[in-house]
Design a protein around this ligand. Sequence first.
Ligand code: NAP
Length: 276
Amino acid sequence: MSQEISPATCPTANGIPMLGLGTWQNTDPDECAESVRTALEMGYRHVDTAQAYENEAEVGAGLARADVDREDVFLATKIWISNLAHDDVLETARESLDRLGVDYFDLLYVHWPARTYEPEETLSAFSKLYDEGLIRNVGVSNFLPEQLEEAIDVCDAPILANQVELHPMLPQPDLREACERHDVEVVAYSPLARGAVFDRPEIQAIADKHDASEAQVSLAWLREKGVTAIPKATGEAHIRDNWESLAVELDEADIDAIDAIEETNREVDPGFAPWN
Ligand code: NAP
């Protein structure tokens, strides 16, 4: 099946390939580089990392090792909450570029609106990086609608995306609506609810019906919602399973059944999160 799925099969949202590879907790140096290489050579064109994952060098090694041109890859990283003062953004973004071995990022996110985040100070540094061509797009992550609106107001460069936790047990309708209103793309992190979707009977039933995996059903549902997903996968089997979600088409009854799931759960919930 994978032979039929090419990078061109993957839809894009405002230039963002809608299925990417997550890398949080993929820290074993060789394994991480190999995951990135495997994904890129399979057809993935979007890779997500962060300063806090302590694997930017390994992600960069995978990028270098893959038989895919840098310009064909949408590479995103995030500035950690201790580095969000103006000058620290400028300095540590350059350090991230060095670690990844690239001369620009396709997307640089504010990882969380927390600790040293100060809207004008932080985002003026992001705008400067944007003007200098070191980043092609500015993103935010874990922003509530009102924080997103404030960021749009103070940032000279456009905000391309808000990366938030989103999956069938955390569908975030209000946040999606706010992003849509402001023409900001939604990027779903933990799109498999860190494995919790595999145990949902509704998702298992739809997976059986389509001869698909629960992971594929969850990713197809996100795509149907117009949301970009960045599942983390380490070995080739999971990386391929997720890639092949691009061939899974859900019907209206499937979507309704997933939308009707009442149980909610949030997997990533640190004390400094804006909702706490
Ligand atoms: P996730 O993608 O929902 O789930 C990852 C887990 O699912 C891993 O244990 C992985 O195992 C397993 N898995 C992946 N594909 C599978 C498949 N097809 N079948 C069975 N198991 C599968 O969770 P996540 O890592 O939290 O989220 C994804 C990415 O979002 C992160 O890696 C990171 O890049 C980003 N993220 C961002 C934030 C933020 O604050 N902005 C927060 C959390 C995550 P293996 O590793 O063994 O393949």
